[in-house]
Design a protein around this ligand. Sequence first.
Ligand code: ATP
Length: 511
Amino acid sequence: MEFKDLISHCKEYGFVYPSSEIYDGLSAVYDYGPYGVELKNNIKSYWWKSMVQMHENIVGLDAAIFMHPKTWKASGHVDAFNDPLIDNKDSKKRYRADQLIEGYIEKIEQKIEKDVEKARSRFGESFDRDHFVHTNERIIERQKEIDAIQNRLAQSLKNGDMEGLKAIIDECGIACQESGSRNWTEVRQFNLMFNTQLGNIAGEEGKLYLRPETAQGIFVNFLNVQKSTRQKIPFGIAQIGKAFRNEIVARQFIFRMREFEQMEMQFFVRPGTEMEWYHYWKEHRLKWHHALGTDTRKLRFHDHINLAHYANAAVDIEFEFPFGFRELEGIHSRTDFDLSEHQKLSGKKMQYFDPELNESYTPYVVETSIGCDRMFLATVSNALREETVPDADGNESQRVVMTLPPALAPVKVAILPLLKNKEELTKAAGEIFNNLKSSMMCQYDEKDAIGRRYRRQDAIGTPYCITIDFETLENHTVTIRNRDTLLQERVKISDIKSNLADKVSIDRLFD
Ligand code: ATP
C-alpha cells in the first residue's frame, strides 16, 4: 500500500485528521480521531507499563510544558538547537541543508543497490554480496564518494560551518526537486524552539519557550523525585508529554510534526557504569519493539558517528517507514552534561549522595527517547495491508485490514447481531455489550450486511467480532471471528469474557 493511501485510510477511518482542516489545515500539525486516540493511548500504556510498572527503580513524572527560560539556556537549546536552513531562489522552497545532502547520499546508495541486484540476478545462488561490494570498482568508487561527503557533512555540522554545507551542495550539484535549479541562498542557522510571552512582562525578560523535549523537566526535578521516593542509584524517571519544534521541513505526515509527543526515560547511574547501562537499554528497547511482532528486518540500530556535544554514545532504533529507514527512537548516553549545566546556572547542587560509596557525585544519564507519533506511524504502516480473502460464499474478495497486535487495537471486540430488525437478536447482543464494556473497548454495530460490518472492523484492526445469530437464541452460544485467520469459533456466552480478556490484554506482550 502506498504512503498516500495510508494517509487517506487514517483520515477516512478516524485515526488522524489534519488540524483545523476547515481552514485548509495547519502545516505539520494533526489531530487524532476516535480510533487514533485509542491506538495512541494503548501505545502509551504499553510503554508506561514496560518502563514504570515493570521496573521497581523507575518512577513517573508529568512536568509542565512551560519551564523557567534559564532551563533552555543551561541545556544548550537557546544557543545550539538549530537546523541549517537553505532556500531555493526559484521555487522559494525551503530545505534543511543537511537533509538535502543526505538525500543526495541516499541516491548514490540506491545506485549501489541497483548494481547489487543486477549482479545477484546474473550470478544467482552463488552470489556473495559482501565480496561483490568490496571488489566491484564502480561500487568502491561510489562508496568512497559517500564516505567523503558524509565526513564533510559531519565536520560541518559539528563546527556549525554553514559555508561548508553550502560548498557540499554546490560541489555535488544538488538541485531543487521542484524547480530543478541550483540557485540557492546561503545556508543559515535556524532555532527550532517556539517562543511566547509570559503574562505582561515584555521583551527578553518574559520570553518563554514551548519545551522542545520532555527530558529537561526530568533533569530539573531529579532531586525532588529522588528525595520523595527515596530511590537509590541506579534509578530512572519516565515521562510522556508534548514537545514542540519549529521544524524547517515537515512533509511526511505524522513522522515530523511541529507539535508532537515524546515518551522519554532518563536513567541516572554511577559515573563509569554508563556504558553498561547504555547496552542494557539498547537491548531492552529493541525487545520492546520486537514483542509487538514487528518483522525484525524492519528494525535496525544505527550508531551515531557524529555525537552531540553532551553525549559519549548514541544510537537510533530505525524503522523501515514507507519512505525508508528512519529514526524511531534514540538511546543516548548523555554523561553528566545536563545536571552539571543546571547546577552551574542555578547555583543549586544537583548531586547525589551514594551511601554505598560514601560520597557525592553528579550522576551520569542514559536516556531512551521515542516519539509517540512516530511509533503510531510505524505501528500503522506495519499493520495496514490490502489482501485477497475468501468471502462467505467461498469467492475471492479484497479487504483492507490492519493486523494490529490485539493489545494495541483501538476496538478489541465488535458485537454484531446478525439482523437489526429481530429484537431477540439485538437484545441478546446489547446484553453481551453491557457485560463486556467495562473489561475492554467494545463496539456495537447492527447496520448493513454482516460481511460489510466485518470489513469495517478489519479496516480499523478489530481482532475479534462476535456474531449473535439464531443459534444464540437456542443454545446461548455466539461465534467469535478471528480477524487474521478468519476462523469462527462457537463459544458459550458465559465464556466470552474469559476467552477474550487474556488475548487482548497488554500483558500478552510481556510473555
Ligand atoms: P530527527 O533527526 O528525525 O529530527 P531527532 O534526532 O531530532 O530526530 P530526538 O531529539 O532524539 O530526535 O527526539 C527523540 C524522538 O522524538 C525521536 O526519535 C522521534 O521519535 C521523536 N521526534 C523528534 N522530533 C519529532 C518531530 N518533529 N515529530 C515527531 N516526532 C519527533
